[in-house]
Design a protein around this ligand. Sequence first.
Ligand code: PCD
Ligand SMILES: [Cu+]
Length: 805
Amino acid sequence: MNEQTMTPGERAANLKGMGSSRKRVEDVRFTQGKGNYVDDIKLDGMLFGAFVRSPYAHARVVNVNKEAALAVPGVVAVLTAEDLAPLGLHWMPTLAGDKQMVLADGKVLFQGQEVAYVVAENRYIAADAAELVEVDYEELPVLTDPFEALKSDVVLREDLAGQTEGAHGPRKHHNHIFTWEQGDKDATEAVLGEADVVAEEMVYYHRTHPCPLETCGCVASMDKVTGKLTLYGTFQAPHAIRTVVSLISGLAEHNIRVISPDIGGGFGNKVGAYAGYVCSVVASIVTGQPVKWVENRMENLMSTAFARDYWMQGKIAATKDGKITGLWCHTTADHGGFDACADPTKFPAGFMNICTGSYDIPTAYLAVDGVYTNKAPGGVAYRCSFRVTEAAYFIERMIEVLAIKLNMDAAELRRINFIRKDQFPYQSALGWEYDSGDYHTAWDKALKAVDYEGLRAEQAQRIEDFKAGRTRKLLGVGLTHFTEIVGAGPVKNCDILGLGMFDSCEIRIHPTGSAIARLGTISQGQGHATTFAQIIASEIGLPADDITLEEGDTDTAPYGLGTYGSRSTPVAGAATAMAARKIRAKAQMIAAYLLEVHDDDVEWDVDRFSVKGAPERFKTMKEIAFAAYNQAIPGLEPGLEAVSYYDPPNMTYPFGAYICVMEIDVDTGEWEVRQFYALDDCGTRINPMIIEGQVHGGVTEALAIAMGQEIAYDEMGNVKTGTLMDFFLPTAWETPNYTTDHTVTPSPHHPIGAKGVGESPNVGGVPAFSNAVHDAFRPFGLVQSHMPHDHWRIWKIANGLGMHG
Ligand code: PCD
Ligand SMILES: [Cu+]
């Protein structure tokens, strides 16, 4: 084949552009063990830092004695709040505008809180010496229940005592953080008062943890000669970290270089700033040597950002034939000892106001109260963007509860309430403008794929058999139709610490027709090097294999807000397409010059510009690239590169229909997923194989959360699930087979029509699994029970329903 004879289709396939299941280019390195993670970084004279952490959930720190630790050979320094205070570094601002102690100053608020930081020649000495730091604690009463906390006389945050205004408005109580209200309270209450039917329920989404394979860590290296600080770390938002480090340390931002090397899974855990980063930076400045800090698994589970812990009281109103007329929700959000949620500033409960879901609900009201307790701070993500998982779980449970009350089929109840295709762009009662959707088509496709009618018939037979004593197993059909909101976001309403949430891409085409692109985002396993090259390949006609992608080095990448909230495709993906289009526009002028025709007389054709009406006269992108560096073209600068900073006009609203078929043994509480069907609509699909991988991963995490995973505390505030012996991570053994499917409803405002997908499977998966458990017991009277649905809890449901004789 040569360039003259190849058909446009063949030339397009050669590019491996959008729509191709191009193999992940990252994996050649990863599968050979050649990844380069933070812990692989070894610098000359590097020291190691380890924390002394509080064993108590609430206690006064009366005294810290470092002497024994300092006497250990190889120990270089032991830092406490007292050492940091004169530098103003004993606290740091959280992403939610709260004040978090870097090292405990007089008091600890959760088990595992950082009290002292030991710096030593290696990790072993640091750990041994940390054990020798003597801390005198005076125990205080512990509050682990947010409802109790709001009533208690015990003041958790003494530093805020008497402060009636918080970062998000007035505080009602000394353990209260904020109240956030959306929608129309009076109108919603009026609707509830007049409705034919109102279903009411408390929906609890337990506390869990992203638990990436690689824990959090960093290496701080202060070069005293150049005055430059290099900070390597597991950062999902490297540029934001650079700005934060500059603001809190006083170092000029141009003297800080932040590098995120390979990241072994982020899942939201690596968005925030941790005490370990600050202490490592200080230690490197003080000692003049590089300092590494890497958490162990227990530290990661106990002290870094948790997810969820939302108590959602709901009321849903409907006519007697099932048309929903109103939704009311009051959420009590347990934020732990500091408010460290990673939400855009104006959204203290994230995008929880997407809780009207996929339904056309005319009137709604949402209030969220954030509360301090003696638990670890965080409250970020874990495949949910900003509290979207909680919102989807809430509405998908409320729909089921309403179906019970109406004695209706839950699939039909959804169908009659879906936002119709012709209603998009749809204005929701809680303030969002959904960009596009076609819920009915997706729903019908899903029900048909699993033979929904057949399943219900089988279930009816099973119930009969169970009642007649012929089986001890129940069958549950878990339905979910979710609507996600990703791509934060428009600078007009989304910022983190004042930084607008745009994103960026810079592309440079080399003379020989290959390229490098740099983005403000950072892959943690999503495969950006593969997919973003595909966008460029389609846009400018150079093979994806000839495009290098680089992320995560703030000295080279354009400023961006990072990767979380499935924002990379909606925001940086859009920037990538826009930058590529700038290049194509310049290429058009170069081509016209070379072909000696007017700019308007050439047209784009896959990988080249050809003369209109004379397709045999053309210049390929490769030829154009060379010309850009080799010819003096009148009126044009040499070179071929472009940068785009993209501020999206709106979020994108991916959606999906998930169905889980589950068998449950009422005597043992054991469950088995017989079938799991996941239909996702993320608009234009860049790489179908990567999407499928994202869905497999996200549904598996959903299985974990719904069926067993929990960060549980006892009444003393001890973390009961601080190891992987107790914290459920599914292995291949527990993971069922998934069937993936899709529809394509492009985003009307995104340059290539793509929406995010990474979070969707978790948002949709959790309610699908949970609804399956509930559905199995529905015929026997179960309305609502709390996750995680481990064997013991399922057994208790069966027992409570009198099924054990
Ligand atoms: N339409 C479409 C979309 C998408 N895609 C693809 O897919 C992926 C994803 O994307 P997105 O959705 O946009 O997202 P991003 O931003 O990138 O990412 C993020 C996400 O992602 C996920 N996934 C994953 N994977 C892995 N492997 N690892 C990890 O870590 C992770 N994480 C998780 C999470 S959690 Mo957050 O942070 O919580 O908020 S959020 C999140 C990429 O590659 C892309 O390109 C395609 O293809 N197409
Ligand atoms: Cu999230």
